[in-house]
Design a protein around this ligand. Structure first.
Ligand SMILES: Nc1ncnc2c1ncn2[C@@H]1O[C@H](COP(=O)(O)OP(=O)(O)OP(=O)(O)O)[C@@H](O)[C@H]1O
Ligand SMILES: [Mg+2]
Length: 549
C-alpha cells in the first residue's frame, strides 16, 4: 500500500480531494494504474485478485472523464454487482448524475443524454445502442468489469461484440478492463491496445479449506461435531454457533431454495428474540413487494423469518436489495445463492461455502472452471467488513478432494478464449450490424470481425460470414440491391427480439403453417419453441414431462 499523498502530482485536484475523504492509501493495482497513465486517458487492463480494489480504478477514470465534460459507461454482468457499484458511486459523488440501467424496459434508460455516468448490464447497453445511439454523445471512458467473461460460453459473445462495436463507435474513449487474475491478460491488453496492470495483492487473507466426512482440512484437520451427516448442515450449524455469516453457493435455482430450507430449519429456533422480531418485519416487507405475492415470494418471506434467504436471477429487484441490505446489517445470517452473487460484490460474508464443484452442462455433470471457483471464494473476507476470510469447498468423495487441491487450490485458472466463433452469434450480430446502419455492404462486414478478440487470437470466420449473409438474404431479413444491403421489416423485428435469425425463420414458417388451422395445439407451440436453439437447453422436470406424455 502506498500513501495517497505520494500521488498528488498525478491526480487532478478535484479528484484528489474526493479520494482523500475516503481513503488514505492506494492499493498496489490502484497505484500502478495511476502511474501507468489512468489520468492521461490510457487504456488499461487490470488483472488482479478479488478484493484488491479494482472498482476504485474505475471510479477514478469516471471522475476524470466527468471533469473533462464527458460521459462514462460502466458495464458489468450481474444486477447485484451493478447496483452495488451504482449505490457506492452515487453515495460518494452526489453532484454527478448517474443512472442505473439493469431492469426491464424503462423509458429513462433511453434518455441517456441526460446522464453523466451510466451503470448498465452488457445486455442493457447493447439495447441502448440499438435504440438510442444518437443520444449517447461524447464518451470519455468505458469500463468493462469482470472482462474475463469474454471466455464465458453464455455471455462471452455479447460482450465481445459490444467491446468490438464500442471500439468502432467510440474510438477515442478510454477503455478500462477489470479482470480476475488470468494467465493471458497480456493478450487481452494487446487486443485493446491497453497497458497491463498485473498484481497478486489481496488485502485480506483468504484461508481455503476442504470439507470431507465431517472434517475441515487446511493443512491441519478440524472435526466438526454438530450431529449432522449432511455437509451443509454440519458446516452451517458450526458457523452459526460461532456467530459467523456465510454465503453458500449452489448451482441452480432449485438447489438454492432447498438448501436455504435446510439451513432455516436448523437455525430458526436458535435466533435471538430481538433478531426474530426484526426479521419478521423484513419478512413482511418482502411479501409486500408485489401486489399479488407469488409462491416464490411466500417461500422467501418464510425463510427470512428464520434468518436465511436465497438469491438467484429470478428475484424481483426490490426483494434482492432487501436481502442484500439485511445481510449487510447482520440480520440475515445465510444467503444461499446461484452464481448471481459470485462476482464483484462486497458483502460481509466471513465464510463462503461451495456446496458442489459440479453442475449440469451440455454433457452431463461438469466440473466448474477454476476461475468461477476463485470468484466465488473471493466473496469472503472483503476489506470493508472482515480482517480475514474463509472459503470452504465441500468434497463428496476422495477423488473430489484431489481435484480441489490440484485444480482449485494450486492450479492455474484457465486462459480466456473467444467464444464468438459460433454460427448463431455470427448470424445474430451481422443482422444487428446491418440494423445499426454501420455497414451496408457485405464485404465491409469482415472489417468488423477483423477487430474481434477471436480474429486477434488467430481465428478467421470469412466462410461463416458469407453463409450468414446468404441465410439472411434467403430468408428475406435483408435485401441486396446493387450491392447495397437494406434490412427488411421482418429483419428488424427479429433483431429487436434478440433471437437467432434461424429461430426467427423457424417461427415464421410455423406461423405460415398454422394460419390454415382452426385452432392451435399447446403441444404444437411447445414443439416449435423447443426446436429453437434458445429453448433447446431448457430442462423439463418429470412432472412437466408427464403432463404432455
Ligand atoms: N485504497 C483503498 N483503501 C481502503 N479500502 C479500499 C481501497 N480501495 C478499495 N477499498 C475497499 O476494498 C473493497 C474491495 O474493493 P473492490 O470491490 O474494488 O475489489 P475488486 O478488486 O473489484 O474485487 P473483485 O474481483 O472481487 O470484484 C471495497 O470495500 C473497497 O471499498
Ligand atoms: Mg470488482
Amino acid at each position: 500500500m502506498e500513501k495517497l499523498s505520494e500521488f498528488k502530482d498525478y491526480i487532478p485536484e478535484n479528484i484528489y480531494e474526493r479520494l482523500g475523504k475516503k481513503i488514505e492509501y492506494l492499493m498496489p493495482p490502484q497505484a500502478d494504474s495511476v502511474r501507468k497513465g489512468l489520468f492521461n486517458g490510457k487504456n488499461l487492463i487490470v488483472s488482479a485478485p478479488t478484493a484488491s480494489g479494482k472498482t476504485l480504478i474505475a471510479e477514478m477514470a469516471i471522475l476524470n472523464s466527468f471533469l473533462s465534460g464527458k460521459k462514462s459507461i460502466y458495464l458489468a454482468p450481474l444486477r447485484a454487482l451493478i447496483s452495488e457499484k451504482y449505490d457506492d458511486f452515487t453515495k460518494d459523488n452526489s453532484d454527478i448524475k448517474a443512472i442505473l440501467s439493469i431492469g426491464d424496459y424503462n423509458e429513462k434508460d433511453y434518455n441517456i443524454d441526460k446522464y453523466d455516468v451510466v451503470f448498465a448490464s452488457t445486455e442493457k447497453f447493447d439495447s441502448i445502442i440499438r435504440n438510442s445511439l444518437q443520444k449517447i454523445g461524447n464518451i470519455g471512458c468505458i469500463i468493462y468489469d469482470e472482462v474475463h467473461l469474454l471466455s464465458d460460453i453464455g455471455r462471452g459473445p455479447t460482450l465481445e461484440f459490444l467491446i468490438t462495436l464500442n471500439k468502432l463507435l467510440f474510438p477515442n474513449a478510454q477503455i478500462i478492463g477489470l479482470s480476475a487474475t488470468i494467465g493471458n491478460s497480456d493478450e487481452l491488453a494487446d487486443w485493446l491496445k491497453a497497458d497491463l496492470v498485473k498484481s497478486d495483492f489481496r488485502p485480506v487473507i483468504l484461508s481455503k479449506k476442504k470439507y470431507f466426512e465431517g472434517e475441515l482440512i487446511n493443512g491441519s484437520v478440524e472435526k466438526l461435531n454438530n450431529g449432522y451427516d449432511d455437509p451443509l448442515s454440519n458446516i452451517t450449524a458450526w458457523l452459526f454457533k460461532n456467530n459467523k455469516q456465510a454465503l453458500v453457493f449452489s448451482q441452480n435455482k432449485r438447489n438454492v431454495v432447498s438448501n436455504a430450507k435446510t439451513i432455516s430449519s436448523l437455525i430458526g429456533s436458535k435466533l435471538l428474540e430481538d433478531d426474530k422480531k426484526k426479521l419478521l418485519s423484513v419478512s413482511k416487507e418482502i411479501l409486500g413487494v408485489l401486489d399479488r405475492p407469488t409462491t416464490q415470494c411466500e417461500i422467501l418471506s418464510d425463510l427470512v423469518k428464520n434468518g436465511v434467504a436465497f438469491h438467484h436471477a429470478g428475484l424481483v429487484n426490490r426483494q434482492r436489495k432487501i436481502i442484500e441490505d439485511n445481510f449487510k446489517k447482520g440480520l440475515i445470517k445465510f444467503i444461499v445463492a446461484t452464481p448471481t452473487l459470485a462476482m464483484g460484490v462486497n458483502l460481509p460474508a466471513n465464510t463462503v461455502i461451495i456446496n458442489s464443484i459440479r453442475r449440469y452442462g451440455d454433457y452431463g455433470m461438469e466440473l466448474l472452471p477454476a476461475i468461477e471457483i476463485e470468484q466465488m471464494m473471493g466473496r469472503a473476507g472483503r476489506p470493508r467488513y472482515d480482517k480475514e476470510g474463509n472459503a470452504i469447498i465441500v468434497a463428496r468423495n476422495e477423488s473430489e478432494l484431489e481435484i480441489i487441491d490440484q485444480k482449485y487450490f494450486s492450479g492455474e485458472v484457465e486462459p480466456i478464449t473467444s467464444k464468438f466463433n459460433s454460427e448463431i452469434a455470427i448470424r445474430k450480430y451481422i443482422l444487428n450490424l446491418f440494423c445499426l446502419g454501420i455497414y451496408d455492404k457485405e464485404d465491409r462486414i469482415s472489417d468488423f470481425f477483423d477487430e474481434t478478440f477471436m480474429y486477434f487470437s488467430g481465428i478467421e470466420v470469412y466462410d461463416k460470414i458469407e453463409d450468414a449473409v446468404s441465410f439472411l438474404e434467403d430468408n428475406d431479413f435483408i435485401s441486396n440491391n446493387k450491392n447495397k444491403i437494406e434490412v427488411t421489416r421482418m429483419g428488424k423485428l427479429v433483431n429487436s427480439l434478440y433471437i437467432d435469425p434461424l429461430t426467427g425463420s423457424l417461427f415464421i414458417k410455423f406461423i405460415e403453417r398454422i394460419k390454415k388451422k382452426e385452432s392451435i395445439d399447446e403441444i404444437d407451440l411447445l414443439h416449435v419453441l423447443f426446436c429453437s436453439e434458445e429453448f433447446r437447453h431448457i430442462r423439463t422436470n418429470q412432472k412437466e414431462f408427464q403432463k404432455y406424455e
